[in-house]
Design a protein around this ligand. Structure first.
Ligand code: E4P
Length: 217
């Protein structure tokens, strides 16, 4: 399963990319709005750092505006994937941009029918939001299972990008289900590294080693 960072923050990205486990980045208008500076410059630097698919979202809500913004975002870097919201205009824009060879991530997906439509119009990625569904007492991971089953039935090549991830259990379940990608905030990725038994074990190994060296000296 590919691991993306869900962030527009260069410090987060620069600290995690050297670990060699990051395959791409997702941003959205809320995430980029938090970052000072020019969003095009930020996106360019993110692309140069991760050298993998980097989702940048349009803010226009009409078809022509989405096309214009999508084409413009795609000029920033070859790694840019244009993110469009799941609306009728977004679906049309996905079809048009995809036919021009621009990769599209259809976002704000909350149902299997929305995912099916996104796949039918050639989305490269579809982003179901699991955390926001859990927030309203609906199983986010249940939705992932349904989408994977549908895509498998028809051999759609659209990749299932699990979004709105809140904790490591979402990652475990996504991986067990065979989701293509999980995009996670930096603190959730950090939490994948932590286990108290690893810390205790390492401390004990080092102490035992030091003790043995002291005896031999
Ligand atoms: C992903 O592409 C979305 O931008 C993101 O995962 C949304 O997450 P949130 O529900 O935590 O805002």
């Amino acid at each position: 399963m590919k691991l993306f960072i869900d962030s527009g923050n260069l410090k987060d990205i620069e600290s995690l990319v050297p670990l060699g486990i990051i395959d791409g980045i997702t941003t959205n208008p809320s995430l980029l709005a938090k970052e000072p500076g020019d969003y095009r410059e930020i996106l360019k630097r993110i692309c140069q750092t991760v050298k993998g698919p980097t989702s940048a979202e349009v803010v226009a809500t009409d078809f022509d505006g989405m096309l214009r913004e999508g084409r413009d975002l795609a000029t920033i870097d070859d790694h840019i994937v244009v993110k469009v919201p799941f609306t009728k205009d977004g679906v049309r824009a996905c079809k048009a941009l995809s036919s021009e060879g621009i990769r599209v991530n259809v976002t704000l997906v909350f149902s299997p029918t929305q995912a099916l439509i996104a796949a039918k119009v050639g989305a490269t990625f579809v982003s179901p939001f699991v955390g926001r569904l859990d927030d309203i007492a609906t199983s986010g991971m249940g939705l992932i299972g349904e989408i994977l089953e549908i895509f498998d039935n028809y051999e759609f090549t659209t990749e299932v990008l699990v979004a709105s991830v809140r904790h490591p259990l979402h990652i475990v379940e996504a991986a067990r289900m065979g989701a293509d990608i999980c995009t996670c905030p930096a603190p959730v990725i950090e939490s994948m590294f932590r286990h108290p038994l690893t810390d205790i074990g390492l401390e004990r190994f080092l102490k035992d080693w030091e003790k043995a060296q002291a005896v031999k000296a």
